[in-house]
Design a protein around this ligand. Structure first.
Ligand code: ADP
Length: 359
């Protein structure tokens, strides 16, 4: 059977088709510039209709009836969604409720879901949440030490993201180690433009570096990661900045980009570093140091690890960087394997969708 995976962003829709149960990749594409000036694709409904038209027109499938199910990536499932869900009106209403926690992502995800339901009302649709894999994180790890009423009233807590990637990598690592996942302790490091680490005990995430939003934790392409909130207040006061201006600085103008002064892209920074640029070197040193701090912490909370896995754009393509971690991990945990494990979030979404509709 064919499973279509949809990942709707604010101005793009990425899609992939797989054949199951063989887990065979068939086709991928992207619809871009949704809602932009002069774009023929005015909204997500147009985008979904265009991609369905292309699939048939380009003879990827014979008819839309060939699509057995659609798996949708949904960024935030808050505390409602702890596993994949078959999408009905109740699920749609709940995803809408979660939009308050992910205003840039969930509305786009939802627009894709609604458009697919209109176009293919009889095809099962499944929502796969980025946050769901982290739902086992215990209370003592997900709460922030601020007055509890903020958790009770506004759901302020750590949620974690990149869940499908951490889940995929943990499963793939277990296959490579030839051991059941429920017997393993694994640290998964997703290093892309966004970066996060998860401590995975017996297949369950028990802590992760991203928090209430993806801003917490590691230094990323343009995000600062961990910072003293008092420093943020101070900068806002000195520069008379609004909340959204400060948000823009911490999310889009910080991280590797801010320190290197070159780029958010590790490729460009590495090149500059080789040319002797000291800020490029400092950016990489800070990036590596922060990752090491989290790996060290997770080695302790897991009580050692069978493997530390690196994945995503940076993790998969920079052997020199992985070598730096390998050397240091070996010193304190000589039995821990350090491996590069390519992620495939879409395949994970397709597998979870396939598993749910065949239950
Ligand atoms: P996203 O988080 O947007 O999905 P990716 O996982 O694609 O991002 O990672 C993007 C980053 O990966 C780029 O900014 C770049 O630093 C790094 N990267 C991608 N390809 C390579 C490569 N061939 N060599 C070195 N770095 C790479």
């Amino acid at each position: 059977m064919k499973i279509l995976v949809i990942n709707c962003g604010s101005s793009s829709i990425k899609y992939k088709i797989y054949e199951f149960p063989r887990e065979k990749f068939i086709f991928k594409g992207v619809i871009e510039k949704i809602g932009e000036k002069d774009s023929p694709i005015a909204n997500h409904r147009d985008g979904i209709n265009e991609l369905l038209f292309r699939l048939v027109n380009e003879k990827i499938i014979l008819s839309l009836q060939e699509i057995s199910a659609i798996g949708h990536r949904v960024v935030h499932g808050a505390e409602f969604f702890r596993k994949p869900h078959l999408i009905d009106d109740e699920v749609i209403a709940k995803i809408k409720e979660c939009s308050d926690l992910a205003p840039l992502h969930n509305p786009a995800n939802l627009a894709g879901i609604v458009a697919c339901k209109e176009a293919l009302p009889n095809t099962p649709q499944v929502a796969i949440f980025d946050t769901a894999f982290h739902h086992n994180i215990p209370e003592y790890a997900y709460l922030y030490a601020i007055p509890l009423k903020y958790y009770q009233e506004y759901c302020i807590r750590k949620y974690g993201f990149h869940g499908t990637s951490h889940q995929f990598v943990a499963h793939a690592a277990a296959r490579r180690l030839k051991k059941p996942l429920n017997k393993l302790k694994i640290i998964t490091c997703h290093l892309g433009n966004g970066c996060s680490i998860a401590a995975v005990n017996k297949g369950k995430s028990i802590d992760t570096s991203m928090g209430f939003t993806p801003l917490e934790g590691l230094i990323m392409g343009t995000r600062c990661g961990d910072i003293d909130p008092a420093a943020v207040f101070h900068i806002m006061e000195k520069n008379k900045l609004s909340v959204s201006q400060m948000d823009e600085i911490l999310n889009r103008k910080s991280g590797l980009l801010a320190i290197s002064g070159v780029s958010n892209d590790v490729r460009a920074i590495t090149k500059e570093m080789a040319n002797g640029n000291i800020r490029a070197k400092l950016a990489i040193d800070m990036y590596v140091y922060r990752i090491k701090k989290y790996i060290g912490a997770y080695l302790l909370i897991l009580g050692g690890a069978d493997a530390v896995c690196f994945t995503a754009g940076v993790g998969e393509n920079n052997p020199w960087l992985i070598q730096r971690f390998k050397k240091d991990i070996r010193k304190i945990a000589p039995k821990t394997k350090v491996m590069v494990v390519p992620t495939d979030e879409e395949l994970m979404i397709a597998s979870l969708t396939h598993a749910l509709i065949n239950k």
